[in-house]
Write a protein that binds this ligand. Structure first.
Ligand code: ACO
Length: 293
């Protein structure tokens, strides 16, 4: 489907909902890692982290632009984020307590994002699919940098190793929750899959992520905080323990550890930027006037 094609109103609405939530996640996702830019342990780490956080802003921009091709107005979408009518990913409501959290976010959170987003490169809506191609390439780099941070810490002093393990312990379960509720409790999945917006179910992608990540944890020499993880020969997949989905629903409802902080920061940044939007609009109006004259 392309922007000028005729499409059912439900299809358009579902796309705007998902793409807007995705865009909001990218820009809110700048906050937990932005927290560590001024405290990165070296100039090299700081430069990499700044570039990564900037990439996330760029992903937000591609996605808002994709939503605009469906007739959505970017200012309206931001208003809906700010007053809670639209959501953003649960994962960004957890704090980044140590430098190792930057590694865990890159490895696990961006790893989960890739598993979720690679199939979207072939979803049924052209502008969303095309935006995902570049996003996925950049996310792959982000994931590698997170893995490398954790690898360095895991092979460092005992205190550094403990810091890496603690970050993985805190980020593992929330990363599994990023894939959404279980399939039988996912109201949008059936229709979105029928329309080719989603190509795999929440549980299938979650399983794919576990299968990909367990050997990587072994390579890092870190453990995943789930005693039930074991290879299941019959299924050809790793089994894993039960996820506490009440935590996911609480975080989505606004009751995660950092929801309030994330929204307050976002709204303040938006208000502080009002003069830039006003200046850009005034400039555009002046240019249009000149073009007419
Ligand atoms: N965090 C916040 N909300 C969530 C999450 C989550 N992890 N998982 C599900 N939800 C919301 C859904 O948005 C939906 O809410 P809504 O109907 O009010 O819009 C509700 O919970 C029910 O879930 P589903 O029926 O499973 O919803 P859906 O079919 O949209 O699937 C999913 C959710 C998998 C997140 C899908 O929207 C998707 O693939 N989105 C694109 C990827 C994305 O947004 N990634 C953002 C994080 S990655 C990153 O930026 C690094």
């Amino acid at each position: 489907m392309e922007p000028r094609d005729e499409m059912p109103e439900g299809y358009r609405k579902t796309l705007v909902r998902q793409i807007a939530q995705h865009a909001h996640s990218e820009i809110i996702g700048m906050q937990p890692e932005g927290n560590w830019i001024s405290r990165a342990p070296s100039l090299r780490r700081k430069a990499i982290l700044m570039a990564k956080v900037q990439d996330e802003a760029g992903h937000g921009l591609y996605l808002y632009a994709a939503a605009e091709t469906l007739g959505a107005d970017r200012a309206d979408l931001l208003d809906m984020l700010h007053d809670g009518r639209q959501k953003y990913s649960s994962i960004f409501n957890y704090p980044t307590l140590t430098w190792a959290d930057v590694g865990a976010i890159g490895w696990l959170v961006d790893g989960a994002a890739i598993v979720n987003q690679v199939p979207l490169c072939r979803c049924s809506y052209g502008p969303y699919a095309r935006a995902m191609v570049r996003v996925c390439k950049e996310e792959s780099f982000h994931q590698r940098q997170g893995f490398e941070i954790l690898h360095t810490l895991a092979h460092g002093t005992p205190a550094q190793r403990a810091m890496a393990q603690d970050a993985v312990d805190r980020y593992w379960w929330p990363s599994l929750m990023m894939f959404g509720p279980p399939d039988d409790d996912s109201p949008n999945s059936a229709q979105s899959m029928a329309w080719g917006i989603k190509r795999f179910s929440n549980d299938d992608l979650r399983q794919r992520f576990v299968d990909m990540t367990v050997p990587q944890a072994e390579a890092l020499g870190l453990t995943l905080p789930d005693p039930d993880i074991r290879w299941n020969e019959e299924r050809g997949h790793y089994d894993f323990g039960d996820i506490d989905f009440t935590e996911l629903f609480e975080v989505i409802r606004g009751n995660g550890p950092c929801n309030q902080q994330r929204m307050d920061h976002r709204v303040a940044a938006h208000e502080d930027g009002a003069w830039v939007r006003d200046a850009a609009s005034a400039y555009a109006a002046k240019q249009a006037e000149r073009a007419e004259g």
